[in-house]
Design a protein around this ligand. Structure first.
Ligand code: FES
Length: 213
């Protein structure tokens, strides 16, 4: 165990552990969407977990930064807040924002982050890039709406690590989305209905048909 300071609070954490988990385990909130504790390598896609470390000349992501003795970390500096706000708004710029009619309303990580950080769930600086990809409701147990996906990769990771790898990222650039092999409907894919992807989805992209989300 080593000792470090986050936002003026001294904590102890295992050396080499990721800063994100060290902070969260000690009750210090750092927003995150794509981090998976069990994953060997951080995905680093959402860019919400930026922090500043004294001695480093640029902010780094807490999900990828290993804990070290004597670190002094700041999670709420103006630079960090600016970066997070931009990352958050970029996520919203291609997210189908329809909270009122979403199964995940009040149980959505985007909503929680907005509440914790005082962000608005609406675009202010960026324009909306509308998506209207088909919703896949072919599976008897769950629905996949790619228009609400935030590309956190959690469903892909859990499907590949703990199930049979029925889904992956497909297409490129702003067309990137989670898809089955050859983009076939879920019912025709090799999905084994474990529903782990649904359980890890932080937003309303993968939801159970019985609405027990
Ligand atoms: S949680 Fe660190 S980049 Fe997403």
């Amino acid at each position: 165990m080593v000792t470090l300071t986050i936002d003026g609070t001294e904590i102890r954490a295992p050396e080499g552990d990721r800063l994100l988990w060290a902070a969260l385990d000690n009750g210090i909130y750092i927003p995150n969407l794509c981090a998976i504790r069990e994953a060997d390598l951080p995905f680093g896609a959402c860019r919400l977990c930026f922090i500043e470390i004294e001695g480093k000349n640029a902010p780094v992501t807490a999900c990828s930064e290993p804990v070290a003795e004597g670190m002094v970390v700041h999670t709420r500096t103006p630079k960090v807040n600016r970066l997070r706000r931009t990352a958050f708004e970029l996520l919203l710029s291609h997210h189908h924002l329809d909270c009122r009619n979403c199964f995940k309303n009040t149980n959505c990580e985007l909503q929680r982050i907005a509440l914790r950080l005082g962000f608005k769930l609406k675009l202010q600086r960026f324009r909306l890039i509308p998506r209207s990809w088909p919703i896949d409701s072919s599976h008897p147990l769950f629905i996949y709406d790619p228009n609400k996906c935030v590309l956190c990769g959690k469903c892909v990771w859990v499907c590949q690590e703990h199930s049979i790898g029925a889904i992956d990222f497909a297409f490129r650039g702003i067309d990137t989305r989670v898809s089955t092999f050859d983009n076939v409907p879920l019912i025709d894919s090799k999905c084994d209905s474990c529903l782990q992807c649904v359980d890890v989805c932080p937003v309303g992209s993968l939801v159970r048909k019985d609405n027990k989300v």
